[in-house]
Design a protein around this ligand. Structure first.
Ligand SMILES: NC(=O)c1ccc[n+]([C@@H]2O[C@H](COP(=O)([O-])OP(=O)(O)OC[C@H]3O[C@@H](n4cnc5c(N)ncnc54)[C@H](OP(=O)(O)O)[C@@H]3O)[C@@H](O)[C@H]2O)c1
Length: 267
């Protein structure tokens, strides 16, 4: 890992921050991308304090031109990342009538188009040198659906569709594509995306425990190291995805019930 260059988007908070710290501790040089410069420099500082190295690139990944320019700067000044971790994301879980067209568009811009733009920028050099890894972080919304989060669900499906398409396209090129599906993680996501938490379907905490950011980072780290195609944590979601494919009406009705229960208990 000492020679590795690892780029983490959304490194200013939550899963991305924990992932950046994880790679920093493992000896990688970590490139940190997100909008909040102060927080990003704080994460870079924490990585250095722990004996690692990091460079922060404050950027709004919603802009494709800015993303292209930053990627070109990274290529020129530091080099092509060995590992690109597309983690940055936002999006409110709201009923359709409370979701504005601008919000729906923003959820497609980040995470999906942000991940597309960065991957498009770095993949050619990875393919040319026949080595590299690209990770996508998503939620069970990529494979399941429940009420009051339709625009969020659509955006996560775009991300998963892109990742799966790339897995097929890049097979045999030496570039590994890993899709990481995480259940609920205890991060500032819910503060950053107001009025969303009440639309999280209730889940059995024993079967589907809330993950810590460090556990999420460990799952990303291990999945990328093993070049696993599909990481799912907690693993029980994998069974739910299979059930949903086989019995979509039954799973949909269970999820509707769980969503109603959650709104009842939180509202
Ligand atoms: N928390 C969960 O339960 C959970 C579960 C499964 C999957 N996920 C997914 O994991 C990813 C990370 O979530 P999290 O829980 O760590 O949330 P978080 O604490 O809110 O972190 C989101 C990160 O994305 C960055 N970001 C958002 N919009 C951006 C933009 N336009 N340009 C650049 N960076 C941007 C934020 O940085 P700035 O605000 O500084 O730009 C922040 O660093 C998201 O895609 C989320 O959907 C979360």
């Amino acid at each position: 890992m000492a020679a590795k260059l690892v780029l983490v988007t959304g490194a200013s908070s939550g899963i991305g921050e924990a992932t950046a710290l994880r790679y920093g501790a493992a000896g990688a040089h970590v490139l940190l991308l997100a909008r909040n410069a102060e927080r990003l420099y704080g994460v870079a500082h924490a990585i250095r304090e722990a004996g690692g190295t990091a460079t922060a690139f404050p950027i709004d990944l919603q802009g494709s031109e800015a993303t292209k320019e930053t990627a070109a700067r990274i290529e020129a000044e530091i080099g092509t990342p060995d590992l690109l971790i597309n983690n940055a994301g936002a999006g409110r879980w709201l009923p359709l009538v409370e979701t504005s067209p601008e919000d729906a568009r923003a959820m497609i811009d980040v995470p999906y188009l942000a991940a597309f733009n960065l991957t498009r920028a770095f993949a050619p050099a990875m393919i040319a040198r026949r080595a590299g890894g690209i990770v996508f972080v998503t939620s069970p919304a990529s494979y399941l659906a429940w009420p009051n989060a339709s625009a969020y669900i659509a955006a996560r499906r775009a991300l998963a569709g892109f990742a799966e398409g790339l897995q097929s396209e890049l097979k045999g090129t030496g570039v590994a594509v890993t899709l990481v599906v995480l259940g609920t993680v205890d991060t500032p996501y819910w503060e950053h995306n107001p009025d969303s938490l009440e639309n999280v379907p209730s889940a059995n905490p024993w079967l589907m425990p809330t993950l810590s950011p460090a556990q999420a980072a460990d799952a990303i780290f291990a999945g990328a190291a093993r070049k696993t195609l599909f990481v799912v944590k907690p693993a029980v979601y994998r069974a739910l995805f299979v059930l949903n494919a086989l019995f979509p009406k039954t799973v949909a009705s269970q999820l509707r019930r769980a969503a109603k229960k959650a709104r009842g208990s939180k509202g």
